[in-house]
Design a binder for this molecule. Structure first.
Ligand SMILES: Nc1nc2c(ncn2[C@@H]2O[C@H](COP(=O)(O)OP(=O)(O)OP(=O)(O)O)[C@@H](O)[C@H]2O)c(=O)[nH]1
Ligand SMILES: [Mg+2]
Length: 454
């Protein structure tokens, strides 16, 4: 999600002095900061009413604030802005409702193409894997044959049952699916409904009927991150007819700034439950207002990063690889495996966004350089045989091998040389660290001291 061009935290640090002339924060101290924040919010397409209230609250909390002698003004403002961002985003994380004993019914609604069908599958998979629920998904979009096929295929992918009834009405399918779910002891039933280009009476009547038949615990509106301001009126209309219980914002992996979608919670008091960040099934993340606020401020989000690492990195292989490294046995096969593991977490730029105060210090072109280098290394490494990766010295010794790898990868000979030099340097450094660990010294002590000094 690239909501803002400039992280709000950066604006605050740039414009608010560490030590103010007075211990009391005045209007003048924050005017420029708030002006720049306002521009960022407008550019991100955040709703104007939300912006007004946001800035007004910050002003109220900040002006007249009396600082402790050891307090720094920009930290005070940062905290006020962060608290207010969390408020706008819904304060606390809101769990999806899923009953323990009775059948839980979840309805997904929204405009055409917003991502309902994909999200039904993502949500089913999430409830199945994280909450160990038995899920039935129901195709209520009977107007397009392709829609039913799409859902069936997704259901197959996640190994969930998909309920369909040919040539029956939406009401009949809804009734039948509920009976089927109860009879077969499903924990949860998720309904994929038809989308329309715009809200219309016919659609609303249909959804109202489905609601009446199912009496669902959750009616979730699926919002496209790319939606503009008019989405607020659309969700308002859905909410007045159906009383929505939550939102899922999809396509946050796009270039969209998401401001309109993120304004809905503050305006209509409907919590965001998940974010969809990609077309594939696993790309559904719980929405944590405080973590998103930290990301928006550029304060990083180490919790999410460590969860990603826990989920995506194979700990056994990471441990094995580290043991090999400190034993001086780190070869190019290990390097390739490590790079594959890092790639599972995301792009370098994506990973850096989770680290506090880093994304500001490293430029986009530096990130691109690293990503370019990793791409080249990947091609070079996969152009080698496993024997060459295990015993890289044979590449140096035999010129024919070197030539074959360069030709096969389409890289230059200097790229291969750089890779080999960098690998050797890392190998030596890691072996040195290994020796220090064996002799009882903490090799990271100096590094820790340096970090603490900063
Ligand atoms: N990049 C990205 N694409 C997504 C995401 N969620 C859905 N899509 C894509 O958006 C398109 C529409 O998704 P659907 O799930 O078919 O949307 P829908 O709301 O069911 O559409 P209708 O049934 O026509 O109303 C598909 O190409 C999906 O792959 C997401 O989080 N990120
Ligand atoms: Mg659909």
């Amino acid at each position: 999600m690239s909501i803002f061009k400039s992280m709000l935290g950066k604006i605050i640090f740039k414009n608010i002095k560490k030590k103010l002339d007075n211990l009391t924060i005045s209007e003048d101290d924050i005017t420029e900061t708030l002006k720049q924040i306002r521009i960022e919010l407008l550019n991100a397409d955040v709703n104007i009413l939300v912006i007004k209230k946001f800035l007004q609250t910050i002003r109220q909390k900040a002006i007249g604030y009396v600082m402790e002698p050891n307090e720094q003004a920009h930290d005070v403002i940062l905290q006020i802005v962060k608290d207010e961002l969390i408020n706008i985003l819904g304060q606390k994380q809101q769990e999806i409702i899923c009953n323990e004993n009775n059948l839980t019914k979840i309805l997904l609604v929204g405009l055409q193409g917003s991502g309902k069908t994909t999200t039904v599958a993502k949500l089913a998979n999430w409830l199945k894997t994280k909450k160990k629920k038995k899920i039935l998904i129901v195709a209520l979009d009977i107007y397009r044959l392709a829609a039913i096929d799409q859902l069936k295929q997704l259901a197959k992918k996640i190994d969930c049952e998909c309920f369909t009834l040919p040539n029956k009405s939406v009401d009949e399918i809804t009734f039948a699916s509920l009976e089927y779910a109860k009879k077969n002891k499903f924990d949860c039933i998720i309904f994929d409904t038809a989308g329309r280009l715009q809200t219309n009476e016919e659609m609303m009547h249909e959804l109202k009927r489905i609601k009446k038949i199912t009496n669902p615990q959750e009616i979730i509106y699926v919002v496209d991150a790319m939606a503009g301001q008019d989405i607020i009126n659309v969700v308002d209309k859905f909410n007045s007819v159906l009383k929505l219980t939550g939102l899922i914002i999809t396509k946050i992996d796009s270039e969209a700034r998401c401001g309109a979608a993120l304004s809905i919670t503050s305006l209509l008091k409907i919590p965001i439950k998940f974010l969809g960040n990609g077309e594939t099934i696993g790309n559904l993340n719980i929405f944590y207002p405080d973590r998103i606020a930290s990301q928006i401020l550029g304060l990083g989000d180490l919790k999410t990063l460590s969860e990603k690492i826990d989920e995506k990195i194979d700990k056994n292989s990471a441990k094995k690889s580290f043991t090999r490294m400190i034993a001086g046995k780190f070869d190019l096969e290990d390097l390739m495996l490590q790079m594959q593991q890092v790639k599972k977490i995301g792009s370098i730029g994506g990973i850096l966004k989770f680290l506090p105060n880093i994304s500001d210090k490293i430029s986009d072109s530096q990130i691109e350089n690293v990503e370019e280098k990793m791409k080249k290394w990947n091609v070079l490494l996969s152009s080698m045989t496993q024997k060459e990766r295990r015993y890289p010295s044979i590449i140096k010794r035999q010129i024919t091998r070197k030539k074959r790898i360069i030709d096969g990868s389409g890289c230059k000979s200097e790229d291969l040389n750089k890779l080999l030099t960098q690998w050797e340097k890392t190998k030596i450094k890691m072996e040195e660290i290994g020796k220090q660990i064996k002799s009882g010294k903490n090799p990271f002590f100096g590094l820790l001291n340096k970090i603490n000094e900063k």
